[in-house]
Design a protein around this ligand. Sequence first.
Ligand code: FEO
Length: 170
Amino acid sequence: MLDKKVAQLLNDQVNKELYSAYLYLDFAVYYDEIGLDGFSNWYKIQAQEERDHAMLFLQYLQNNGEKVTLGAIAKPDKDLSDKLQVLKYGLEHEQYVTGLIHAIYDAAYGVKDFRTMQFLDWFVKEQGEEEKNAEDMIKKMELFGDDAKGLYMLNSEMAARTYSAPSLTL
Ligand code: FEO
């Protein structure tokens, strides 16, 4: 059994990761609507990754004999009307998720739950990568997004992203 607070935070994270998937699916729909199918592809794959994250938290709870309680997933509420601003929302969201992961880590550290800390190590690293990806996309959009050819190239780059399963298995 896990510490009650740690288990609650891990359970909440299942919901947060599913919300992330839902938010990124909303981004993908927006980019499809404005004709940027590469960006849409990128966020559809990101949504898949977020679902994987949710499943990892769920599986970890189950592996530790904890009951999983699924709550309602919130409606994505970002105003999606600017192709650069959407990327900035993405970065803000990842920074928020990093804070959530750190809060779980902090709770686990407080009760010397080394197993959960080890489990979370993967997510700490993953968050670093996700923030960097979001920052890189913003930089590129700022540099090239106002130029039709530049945007076409960026969209092609985003279209090339393919899904791969998470390197963490439980
Ligand atoms: Fe599951 Fe993008 O963090």
